[in-house]
Design a protein around this ligand. Structure first.
Ligand SMILES: [Fe+2]
Length: 181
C-alpha cells in the first residue's frame, strides 16, 4: 500500500489576524481567509500551493464542532489530516492501536471519502482517501505531538510525525511551539 502523506495540520486560534501578526517574523506564505458559515469557521491555509503538509489556521465564528472544541479546550492543535490510497484498508490496520473511528465517519466517508479517528486527550485525525497522494515538498516539515501512547503515533505511518513532550511544528527550519496557553 502507498504510504500516507500529511495533508495539513489544523490549529484552532482565537483570531486569525492576531495569529498572523504574532507570527509575522516567519514571513509565512499565506492563502486567502475563507469563511464557511455552515461549518461555523473562518480558515486560512499557510504554505505554497505546490507544497504538501500545509498549516491550516481555523477560527470558530458560529455554532458547530469547532466552537465546541474551542470552548472545551481553547486554542491549539485541533486535527491532523492525512491522505491515504484506501481508507478502509488503512482503518483495518489500526486495530489494537488505540484509535477509535469517530461516529461521524459513516456519513463523511459516504459523502467525502473521509474518516475521522479519535481518542480522548489526543488530536483528531482526518483521513482522506485520495487517488493521487501528494509527494511534493512539505511545508510543515515535522510535527511533534504528546500522544498518550506510542501506538497512536506509529499507526499513522508518517515518519514526520513523532511523539514528544509538547506540541511543536517545524516550518522552514523554525521550530514553533503551538501550546499557546
Ligand atoms: Fe481538515
Amino acid at each position: 500500500m502507498e504510504s500516507p502523506s500529511l495533508n495539513h495540520v489544523a490549529l484552532l486560534v482565537k483570531d486569525i489576524e492576531e495569529f498572523i501578526e504574532n507570527n509575522a517574523s516567519l514571513r509565512l506564505e499565506m492563502g486567502k481567509i475563507e469563511e464557511f458559515p455552515s461549518e461555523g469557521t473562518r480558515e486560512l491555509y499557510i504554505g505554497r500551493a505546490n507544497k504538501t503538509a500545509k498549516l491550516l489556521v481555523m477560527q470558530a465564528i458560529g455554532k458547530g464542532p469547532y466552537q465546541r472544541a474551542f470552548e472545551k479546550r481553547g486554542v491549539g492543535l485541533h486535527h491532523i489530516a492525512i491522505d491515504v490510497a484506501n481508507a478502509s484498508e488503512f482503518s483495518n490496520g489500526l486495530s489494537g492501536s488505540g484509535w477509535n473511528l469517530h461516529p461521524c465517519s459513516l456519513k463523511t466517508y459516504k459523502e467525502l471519502g473521509q474518516i475521522w479517528l479519535c481518542k480522548t486527550g489526543n488530536p483528531l485525525i482526518e483521513v482522506q482517501e485520495k487517488q493521487n497522494i501528494g509527494d511534493g515538498a512539505a511545508f510543515v516539515e515535522e510535527v511533534s505531538i504528546p500522544f498518550s501512547s506510542p501506538s497512536l503515533c506509529e499507526a499513522l505511518q508518517l515518519p514526520t510525525i513523532t511523539i514528544g513532550p509538547r506540541f511543536q511544528i517545524s516550518i522552514q527550519g523554525n521550530k514553533i511551539e503551538c501550546d499557546f496557553d
